[in-house]
Ligand binder design. Structure first.
Ligand code: GCB
Length: 603
């Protein structure tokens, strides 16, 4: 081997090792609170190429192509054949689902390639991490023609270190986005919501110190006399310290990191507690290596005892509503702060102190605004209906989404419970699957409660019996029940009695009926606002007779798009169970629930 080629191969090895380390750190070390870090936004217009046959990825032998669209090739001269061109391809907004941006993409499921060019003033000794709020469902990310990583799962954020790939000028990022539904995904092929594809949440390029603060957590300690938490940095140094400050509590503490670049702390403090009535947030900052990361954090406790839920030691009734992540006025994925504020303000106007963010982790803004407005949160992963419970791979996908959800949102006081599933069938492999997920959730976050929405109840002599063995594993039992809609007449629901094998709090996590806004008739006429309101009236009677009932999140705040709802002139691909129409107009049932909540709030 010649001297120069040995140097080249050593350099290559070092680069490979470096890029391996940075890829590994992408996986292990989430950069917490991306929005609060120094960054360049990559939101805005991107070019897009539709690729229903994945021609930009596979060659004609169906092998991955060396020169796929990610190379961003340009014709060299007038005689050169290149069959795609991002520069002349149509524009699409990021964030945003593609379905509601172009008519031809309304029902599209498959691959779309996204491209954006950008400049950075690259600074030596900085690390650059590309952050994606969410891409539904699979993303493969390339920077300047090199693959930097891939991610599966449509509702959680992910990041890749791109320091080695970017340069000062003329960078391009290309993302292969694929929202094809497959049996072995989470969720699986069958759901009751629209499969919005695209880069649905914000994208940014974080500019971080060479060694940077990665993750942190802070919460009230279990005794309630201090704040407990952890910090970790991207790679360990010698005698490192992170300064944790909460000025309003006069906390300014240097925390010493261990050999792994991590530390935990428990600092005496007596904060005013965060609650729905007084959602007090403290400014908390973490300083490390020239960077100060600021967050706003509330401190509260939550626990279950017997059939009661206690927040800050006070027994609570959770006046809630279920919400899909859809734009307040019309359809399409919601993603902005304004969307979050509107949806959650509507929940407040309904008299809620609680929201169920169904059926997947919502964007980070929803949680931050819930913190600010004082809304307790049920947050969920899309283990929905019949995912493949017998598959280890599917389990791994679910566990990854659970981990990503908890990692991102663990600092939000609003979140009091993690939900691991919705309406899953009673069978052995499902119990093992969900049992393991619950174990994982408890290990990652011992400070919150675990729940799952269940729809399987046996019929008993008086009504319904909760006997799903999953109830044994959770802290709070979620029950989805559609008395007066999918079964029985509304008037029969008031007399329905519930019994449970389990001495645990129950949340009626779904209850409701469909109605087309503006359709009026006698209450016996289905799809009218009167019918829907009547279903609420009788279900409320039913719920008043459920001694272990500690909360309700009716289905649902607002009409939302679903391919399972084709009925012409009524549904037109909207699930009509909203208390608000797809445009945010109130239906009669809204007032029935609001009145019930006013009464509950006064108790
Ligand atoms: C359910 C599901 C929810 C559906 C709803 C309905 O039980 O959990 O995702 O949208 O019922 O409208 O049928």
């Amino acid at each position: 081997m010649k001297h120069s080629s040995r140097i080249t191969s050593i350099v290559t090895l070092v680069i490979m090792l470096l890029s391996f380390t940075s890829m590994a750190s992408n996986l292990d070390q989430y950069v917490q609170n991306a929005g609060a870090r120094q960054h360049i936004s990559l939101n805005g217009q991107w070019h897009r190429i539709l690729d229903p046959y994945e021609n930009g990825y596979y060659n004609h032998r169906y092998e991955p192509h060396e020169n796929g669209y990610f190379k961003n090739a340009k014709a060299k001269d007038k005689g050169d054949l290149v069959e795609y061109n991002f520069a002349t391809a149509p524009l699409i907004n990021v964030p945003g689902d593609w379905n509601t941006q172009e008519e031809q993409l309304f029902l599209y499921e498959g691959t779309v390639w996204y491209e954006k060019s950008f400049n950075v003033e690259k600074i030596t000794n900085k690390r650059y991490v590309m952050h994606f709020g969410a891409v539904n469902y699979k993303a493969i990310v390339y920077v300047n023609g090199t693959k930097v990583g891939e991610h599966e799962g449509g509702f959680t954020s992910f990041q890749f270190d791109v320091t080695e790939q970017i340069k000062d000028k003329d960078n391009f990022v290309i993302v292969k986005v694929d929202n094809r539904r497959e049996r072995d995904q989470v969720p699986t092929v069958n759901t009751d919501w629209w499969n919005y594809g695209g880069i649905t949440r914000s994208v940014s390029l974080l500019e971080l110190p060479e060694r940077y603060l990665a993750d942190y957590s802070v919460r009230l300690n279990d005794k309630g006399d201090g704040v407990i938490g952890m910090v970790s940095v991207s790679s360990p140094g010698k005698k490192d310290e992170v300064t944790v400050s909460i000025p309003e509590l006069k906390i300014n503490t240097n925390v010493k990191l261990d050999a792994k670049g991590m530390a935990s702390f428990d600092i005496k403090a007596n904060p005013n507690l965060w609650s729905p009535e007084a959602p007090k947030l403290y400014e908390v900052s973490f300083a490390f290596n020239g960077e100060t990361v600021k967050d706003k954090i509330g401190f509260r406790s939550v626990k279950v005892e017997g059939t009661e839920i206690f927040v800050n030691g006070k027994s609570m009734f959770l006046r809630g509503i279920s919400i899909h992540e859809e734009s307040p006025f019309g359809g399409g994925r919601a993603w902005s702060e304004a969307d979050a504020r509107t949806l959650l303000t509507w929940a407040k106007e309904l008299g809620c102190n609680f929201v169920r963010l169904a059926h997947y982790p919502h964007n980070e803004m929803m949680l931050k605004i819930a913190d600010e407005l004082g809304l307790l949160v049920w947050s969920e992963i899309p283990v929905y209906w019949t995912v493949m419970f017998d598959s280890k791979d599917v389990y791994a996908k679910a566990e990854k989404q659970l981990t990503e959800m908890i990692t991102r949102d663990k600092n939000r006081a609003a979140v009091i419970m993690w939900s691991v599933a919705n309406e899953t069938p009673v069978q052995d492999d499902r119990l093992v699957f969900l049992g393991n997920l619950i174990k994982k959730a408890r290990a990652l976050d011992p400070s919150r409660l675990i729940t799952a929405a269940m729809d399987t109840q046996s019929t008993s002599a008086n009504g319904k019996l909760i006997d799903d063995p999953l109830a044994k594993y959770v802290d709070i039992i979620g029950i989805n029940s559609y008395c007066g809609w999918y079964s029985a007449k509304p008037a029969d629901c008031g007399n329905l009695r519930w019994e449970s094998h389990y001495e645990k709090p129950i949340i009626m996590s779904e209850v409701g009926a469909g109605a087309l806004k503006g359709l009026h008739d006698k209450k016996e006429v289905i799809w009218t606002e009167e019918f829907q309101a009547d279903v609420y009236v009788h279900n409320i009677e039913m719920m008043e007779n459920m001694p272990s009932l500690r909360g309700v999140t009716p289905w649902i705040l607002k009409d939302f798009r679903s391919p399972r709802r084709p009925l012409d002139n009524v549904q037109d691909f909207w699930n009509r169970k909203g208390l608000l129409s797809e445009k945010g107009e109130r239906k009669l049932a809204w007032y029935v629930l609001r009145d019930f909540y006013q009464k509950k709030a006064a108790e």
